[in-house]
Design a protein around this ligand. Structure first.
Ligand code: PLP
Length: 582
């Protein structure tokens, strides 16, 4: 049984504005209502012979309330099908989880933070080989492609929150030549201004929570595909089976919000441009980041790729560093201090403090979502807020990437160190660990890991592939937890496990205020308890299964399984913070 198709419709002679305002012009057949009814029914009647000729059986895959917003979005994006999801994250997840463990994925270094975090914490543990790079740099993108291995190039353009612009057409050519799909998170550039499929993308993703709905009152996500191919069938099956579906009232609200998409986005874009121009060269700011300004590095591509406006998102960098940025946010009266974007009200946010220590976002940056207020009110509000701030930055407010370790070794060591500093250490840091080059000898790169073993051990295949791809294909990579001459190699099973924990694992996790103890051994199963920072840690499971267990099995082959005997609910000092403000 399939749902009612096709989603995308052609309406010759009618503009996208007209189709959007009229939600494709559909009128309810039974009542002649111009506004479609909501269909809360979770289930649909079978025919007498047991068939579902209506094409609908159960609401999770086939709710009629999705039909109209999905058709409208597929039409606006020029795609062949659309699926709504419970959130933008659910939509993005469906794409990544339709890939297979081992697949290589390229994603922007600067991108929507929570998705980057999910890729690092969950997708990599699940086995995706995710590489972050500057996708606006086409040479970098080309160099990263591993034909036959790279399955997905994920783009976000303009990218949160520096609004780097990636040339979708050029990136698509590079990806397609390597046999990879291109998916574009087009949340900040809705189809009013960018239609990624026209530029060669295969999939378009939206956090419909933002511009598509536009009123800060619905969380929703959407995917649109160019072709309903086998991969799309997997995505469709994922939505049905993973169950991240949108509520029917939310789908109805979304369609209502979308009817005004064009006027909202056009107005937001005009105001954002006016505000960006006004504050360019302001004495308290050292940069205004907006793709509509000629000095933005992505301006020329944006002019080709974004039609009828550059969107409502912009950022400003305060000369007073983090303190100046925070002070500005504290003093606004019209802008609302809140996260999210694309709503009718204008928002201001200091992103670095939200995103945490591993963020690539500069500490002096403020992000603005421009809404529908009069731009003069917004300008006056920001002027008075900036007036009260100081333009001198403390030196440590200027974020620089951490210097490579072990400066001064030979050039191969140097190359590996730089690669790790660029592509691996930020990811490991996000997961609570770190690694450094101990030595490069006889074609073997020895990497020493520290912090949570679960932070780096699951990345071993990824790190090996990166070094072999960028440095030399025949290099061997050895991962050393700590000194290899610990007592872990001799004695009874219990003695060797205790030595391993004490010599190799606990020194690493002690940085988290954590400790892992041997509780008991029953036949070939070892029971461990996690204490201190490890006890309440959100990554404890990963640390144990993909870090500690791997190490124990490598050094103590008699052990077939490691069991966590910890009462995690009693954990009081979680190293790996799961909630803001903890
Ligand atoms: N992509 C971008 C660019 C976003 O800004 C967001 C949310 O802020 C998302 C994806 C995730 O969407 P949602 O919050 O609807 O899950």
């Amino acid at each position: 049984m399939t749902g009612p198709k096709p989603k995308s419709s052609s309406h010759p002679g009618l503009s996208a504005e007209t189709l959007t305002a009229q939600a494709l012009g559909n009128v309810d057949e039974r009542t002649k209502a111009l506004v479609p009814p909501i269909h809360p029914s979770t289930t649909f009647e079978r025919d007498a012979d047991g068939e579902y000729r209506s094409g609908r059986g159960y609401s999770r895959p086939h709710n009629p309330s999705y039909d109209e917003p999905e058709s409208l979005l597929a039409t606006l994006e020029g795609g062949s099908d659309c699926l709504l999801f419970a959130s933008g994250m659910a939509a993005a997840n469906a794409v990544f989880q339709s890939l297979l463990p081992g697949d290589h994925v390229v994603a922007p270094r600067v991108m929507y933070w929570a998705l980057r975090k999910w890729l690092i914490e969950s997708a990599m543990s699940w086995g995706l080989d995710v590489e972050f790079l500057d996708t606006s740099d086409l040479d970098q993108l080309r160099a990263a492609m591993r034909p036959g291995k790279t399955r997905l190039v994920w783009l976000e353009t303009p990218a949160n929150p520096t609004w780097d612009v990636t040339d979708i057409a050029a990136a698509s050519v590079i990806a397609h030549e390597a046999g990879a799909r291109v998916a574009v998170d087009s949340t900040v550039a809705p189809p009013v201004i960018t239609r990624p499929i026209e530029h060669g993308a295969d999939l378009v993703m939206h956090s419909a929570t933002k511009y598509l709905n536009g009123h800060s009152d619905v969380v929703a996500g959407a995917l649109v595909c160019r072709e309903q191919d086998a991969f799309w069938n997997r995505v469709t099956a994922w939505r049905r089976d993973a169950g991240g579906v949108l509520g029917t009232f939310e789908a109805w609200l979304l369609l209502r919000g979308m009817r005004t998409l064009f006027v909202r986005v056009q107005r937001c874009s005009e105001s954002a441009l006016a505000i960006a121009r006004h504050f360019g060269g302001h004495p308290k700011l050292h940069a205004v980041l907006y793709p509509g300004l000629p000095d933005h590095p992505g301006h020329d591509i944006a002019r080709r790729q974004m039609k009828g406006g550059f969107g409502g998102m912009l950022s400003m960098r305060h000369r007073g560093g983090q303190a100046g940025a925070m002070e500005t946010a504290a003093r606004v009266n019209v802008f609302k201090r809140a996260t999210s974007l694309g709503g009718v009200e204008s928002l201001i946010e200091h992103r670095a403090s939200i995103e945490g220590p591993s963020t690539p976002v500069p500490a002096d940056l403020l992000r603005f979502s421009i809404g529908l207020e009069h731009p003069d009110d917004l300008i006056a509000d920001l002027e008075q807020a900036l007036d009260h701030t100081v333009a001198d930055a403390h030196q440590d407010d200027h974020k620089t990437s951490s210097p490579p370790l072990n400066q001064g070794g030979d050039s191969l060591t140097h190359t590996v160190e730089n690669l790790l500093a660029e592509r691996v250490r930020p990811v490991a840091a996000e997961r609570g660990g770190d690694l450094r080059v101990k030595a490069v000898t006889d074609g073997v790169v020895q990497l020493e890991i520290s912090g949570s073993p679960g932070a780096t051990f699951p990345l071993r295949a990824h790190i090996t592939a990166l070094i072999q791809h960028y440095v030399a294909a025949d290099l061997e990579i050895a991962f050393l937890a700590l000194d290899s001459d610990s007592g872990a190699e001799s004695g009874s099973v219990a003695e060797r496990i205790t030595a391993l924990l004490n010599d190799q694992i606990n020194p690493a996790v002690s940085a988290h205020g954590g400790q892992i103890r041997l509780a008991r051994i029953e036949q070939d199963v070892v029971y461990l308890t996690l204490e201190g920072g490890c006890q309440g840690c959100a990554m404890a499971d990963v640390t144990l299964r993909q870090g500690v267990e791997v190490l124990i099995k490598e050094h103590v082959p008699e052990i077939v399984s490691v069991v966590d005997d910890t009462d995690h609910t009693q954990g009081r000092q979680p190293y790996f913070k799961t909630k803001k403000g903890m």
